[in-house]
Design a protein around this ligand. Structure first.
Ligand SMILES: [Zn+2]
Length: 300
């Protein structure tokens, strides 16, 4: 296929993947990816059985799948790039040739992170920016700027800092969101709204906190309004899993959002993940709830 045509097709596939994922809450189901059609033709975005998708018509790899503990666990190293192992077999042909071709042409591809069976969190576009035959790995960067870096295998300190920040934003945060939303069955823990595109994964202890880790037990699936209310200390969640609305807000008189969306949530029990191991850590909730009490008191 002519490369301009392939580039255009990729752009459309990536746009579809990201749009679809956003509608679901940041992830796609295996069936959606396998059933994808474009211009009336079926074009699975992932491979049926392998962790790399190389459509016959494409000169370069379309997508790669990384699983946290799979054979291609990549990978993520402390330089903020993904170190993606060569596929088995001849390093110069087949899958490896198409990955190398992505490096030579600068064609964007999709990285899917498979957190749980049949659920894929996309990160796209990503770029193959380096080839290290001595380690049998390709270097994959999470944005285009690294295609201009002269030596991606040896990043400078500022480049590395940027790459790590990028990994947090474009890889770790989306993975966290997927895991939290799945744990909560894609519903807001406070109001039970079930539209993935309107749901976030909120941190209980915030990111800069030493225990503010992106683990499901430090997360809550919250709709946009309840997430913002939680972060602004208008809404608190007790270690006993109960919602409290700040006093000043309870006393206010206003329209239906305040009344139904916030005041009526006061005293409700949050909806918990079905799996005990995924429930929010009461110690983290307690610490956060203490600061809610202080801040709400200071305001009112
Ligand atoms: Zn909500």
């Amino acid at each position: 296929m002519e490369s301009a045509l392939e580039a255009e097709l990729r752009r459309r596939i990536i746009a579809w993947v990201m749009e679809r994922a956003e509608a679901n809450g940041g992830f796609l189901h295996r069936d959606e990816l396998l059933g994808f059609h474009i211009d009336g033709e079926k074009l699975p975005v992932i491979d049926y059985s392998r962790g790399i998708r190389n459509p016959a018509r494409f000169g370069s790899t379309l997508s790669i799948v990384s699983t946290p503990h799979g054979p291609y666990d990549d990978a993520e190293s402390d330089d903020g790039l993904l170190h993606y192992a060569y596929r088995e077999g001849d390093p110069w042909s087949g899958d490896n040739r198409k990955l190398r071709n992505a490096l030579d042409t600068g064609m964007p591809l999709i990285l899917f992170r498979k957190e749980v069976k049949n659920i894929y969190t996309p990160v796209a576009p990503v770029y193959v920016v380096g080839d290290e035959p001595e380690n049998r790995t390709f270097l994959v960067a999470l944005d285009e700027s690294f295609t201009f870096v002269p030596d991606p295998a040896h990043l400078t300190v500022p480049q590395k800092e940027y790459a790590l920040r990028l990994a947090k934003q474009r890889l770790h945060q989306p993975i966290f969101r997927t895991r939290v939303l799945l744990a909560y069955d894609t519903r807001c823990a406070v109001c039970e709204l079930k539209h993935g595109s309107l749901l976030d994964a909120a941190h209980i202890l915030p990111d800069p906190h030493e225990r503010g880790v992106p683990a499901v037990t430090n997360g809550l699936a919250l709709c946009k309004i309840h997430h913002a209310a939680y972060d602004q200390n208008f809404l608190g969640i007790t270690p006993g899993y109960r919602v409290e609305i700040a006093h000043d807000l309870l006393e206010e008189v206003d329209g239906p959002m305040l009344k139904h969306g916030l005041q009526e949530m006061h005293g409700r029990e949050i909806r918990l993940p079905a799996r005990r191991a995924e429930r929010p850590d009461p110690a983290a909730l307690a610490e956060r709830f203490a600061s809610f009490g202080e801040r709400a008191a200071a305001r009112g």
